[in-house]
Design a protein around this ligand. Sequence first.
Ligand code: WQD
Length: 319
Amino acid sequence: MVTGGAGYIGAHIVKSLTESGQGVVAFDDLSTGAARKVPDGVPFVEASVLDAVAVEKAIRANDVTGVVHMAAKKAVGESVERPLYYYRENVDGLLSLLEAMDATGIKKMVYSSSAATFGMPDSNDPLTEDYVCQPINPYGETKLIGEWLMRDVATAIGLDWVSLRYFNVAGAGGPDLGDTGVFNLIPMVFRGLSMGKNPQVFGSDYPTPDGSCIRDYIHVTDLADAHVAAVKRLEQGAASEIYNVGRGQGVSVIEVMDAVRAATGLGFTHDLVERRAGDPARLVASADKIRSELDWSAKHDLSEMVSSAWEAWQAHPPT
Ligand code: WQD
């Protein structure tokens, strides 16, 4: 069962799991997802993970054997403004899900975590999974607490879990699967362009080659395939593992602006503005562990991320 299975990333996971031959049920409250994203033939349950009765019912009715847990809120800025909402949705939601899994004897979980668990790392090296986690916003805190919760449940009553720490997700697996939430760089650039405004670079005085922040962008279809690899790992036996999911390559904000110009053919100017609070200069994954243990590596590059995102944006411009 994929919670959040009608969301931007969840829908790609449902698609990849189905294509890999897994039976899947999508579970989503449609607060940010869209039922149109659930493929024909895939059972869909419209409910919240906070409703443990609904979760238990969905598990029993669909012979669920494991859960890919995507249902969560992930806008960093919103989490700072609404910590109670984020702790409710992300921590209580996971708690409710784990209780329903315990009540139904389900012991396998792939968990959507985040690079936001690292906070503002003081390192220019790619981050390994054992790098100290010091989240600096409620979103990152809720994701780290989720990992602690699964670890404690595994110790107490048994749970096989794999946590995937996403770096910066972008792109689309098709024109109908784009990210309709405008919370991250690439959709925010598209929104500026669609409004006739210059996209903004938040800070150009960082200690990086061109002064703008560096991130590790990962195509959403590659990320979905990492979940398929994690599901297969859990089918092989006991696990309690954390994996970074990134390309291991840093790309600056200004380089993303150049990639958008190339993909869209729009010769726009970007504006250099003040830094955004809470942004680390550099967040790049070491993807060595997932590559060696799950035989997974990213296959798509930045231009494919931007061009697929642009195609999806044009097909379904967010309202
Ligand atoms: C990327 C860079 C901005 C908009 C997110 C979330 C979360 C997590 C990791 C999954 C930053 C800059 C942005 C703009 C800009 N993923 N920027 N102009 O902050 O790295 O973190 O990804 O859990 O989704 O934590 O992503 O896309 O907001 O910003 O210059 O108009 O682009 O300053 O350096 P971020 P982002």
